[in-house]
Design a protein around this ligand. Structure first.
Ligand SMILES: CC(C)(COP(=O)(O)OP(=O)(O)OC[C@H]1O[C@@H](n2cnc3c(N)ncnc32)[C@H](O)[C@@H]1OP(=O)(O)O)[C@@H](O)C(=O)NCCC(=O)NCCS
Length: 330
């Protein structure tokens, strides 16, 4: 039997503070009805001032390790997918490694924006082919509020903060990752970016005054890209796994916009009970989006052994990708 990558445990952590559409009405020229109709979002969670990526990541990781019944010392690798690390360096994965006491684990951050979690899953699957690697912690976490311009109504309504984590191990059974697919189109790099703070435009008083340390986005172009790429990635994942739409038991899409999710549901003829949606209460958590949605869904409706789970994401880069996972710990 071929070795597969299986899920040993999942966990998530959201900040306590709620930022509702009504709160945003007081900050920018927007209204609750517009946001709900155009995005499906009602509220999102954001950290209090001083709250940071590693706070959320460590808590999500501890919950996933507890769920997996794995000691941090058993971890060989930590991959933290994020676009909003604690600081440019060291990697937040190293900070998390120290906080967990996972001293046997190598650790690095992975930058693929909202696609970060499925990129990290794909990388972890390859590492687990090595006889030297047995347990990997994958975290998707973003504190998007740290790079949001709360005077820009085009972006500030969309995003929230949070972390989701998954502990992965090896399986020779039927369960585990059935297929993965990742890709990028760097010609779209200018559609979602933060202009300053990197080597191209280091921080100066001027960059701060011009508000260049905030996320900028062309929402319409990303919307068009997203609907197309979700369809294309889904078809590729199903074909690699030898499955059809009918075999999908749970769809966990990137939680960017309800209209993008509904267009995929219509194509696949998926009923609402087969789709994990949390964007009404969380907004778009970027790299945290899929792992938080999956862990929350499993908490409310425990996923049955053998269920086929489809995950698909897209994000800055532009990046895209996904995975099909057969749930179960055998
Ligand atoms: C951002 C997004 C919600 C905008 O929705 P849309 O239906 O495309 O709306 P448009 O951008 O065409 O704007 C329509 C109008 O609403 C206005 N508008 C934009 N944001 C608004 C807000 N928060 N409140 C009220 N009106 C708003 C626009 O200014 C525009 O007004 P105009 O017609 O007078 O120029 C949508 O494009 C989207 O979700 N895109 C994908 C973004 C994404 O997923 N990013 C993350 C990728 S990981």
């Amino acid at each position: 039997m071929q070795m597969k990558t299986k899920v040993l445990g999942v966990g998530y952590c959201l900040p306590d503070k709620i930022l509702s559409n009504h709160d945003l009405e007081k900050m920018v020229d927007t209204d609750n009805e517009w946001i709900i109709e155009r995005t499906g979002i009602r509220e999102r969670r954001i950290v209090e001032p001083g709250g940071k990526n590693s706070d959320l990541s460590v808590e999500a990781a501890r919950r996933a390790l507890q769920d997996a019944k794995i000691d941090p010392l058993q971890l060989d690798l930590i991959i933290l997918a994020t676009a909003s690390p604690d600081m440019p360096f060291p990697s937040t994965a190293c900070i998390v490694q120290a906080l967990l006491g996972a001293k046997n684990a190598a650790a690095f951050d992975l930058a693929a924006g909202c696609t970060g979690f499925v990129y990290a899953l794909t990388v972890a699957e390859k590492f687990l082919l090595s006889p030297e690697v047995n347990n990997i912690l994958v975290i998707g976490c973003d504190v998007v509020s740290s790079v949001i311009d709360y005077t820009d109504r085009n972006t500030c309504i969309l995003f929230g903060d949070g972390a989701g984590a998954m502990v992965l191990g090896k399986s020779e059974g039927e369960c585990g990752i059935l297929s993965t697919s990742i890709g990028a189109d760097g010609t779209g790099a200018g559609l979602l970016y933060m202009p300053a703070g990197g080597s191209a435009l280091p921080a100066t008083h001027e960059t701060v005054e011009k508000r260049l340390h905030y996320l900028r986005m062309n929402g319409n172009e990303i919307f068009k890209f997203a609907t197309k790429i979700v369809a294309q990635t889904t078809a590729e994942l199903l074909s690699k796994a030898g499955l059809t739409y009918d075999d999908i038991d749970l769809f966990v899409p990137h939680q960017a916009n309800l209209r993008i999710i509904q267009s995929a549901m219509r194509r696949m003829k998926l009923p609402p009970e087969k789709v994990a949606i949390n964007l009404d209460l969380c907004g778009n958590i970027s790299a945290g989006s899929i792992p938080v949605a999956l862990a929350q869904h499993n908490e409310k409706h425990p996923i049955k052994n053998g269920a086929n789970i489809l995950m698909v994401a897209f994000g800055t880069g532009l990046t895209y990708g996904g995975a099909i996972l057969r749930w179960g710990r055998d």
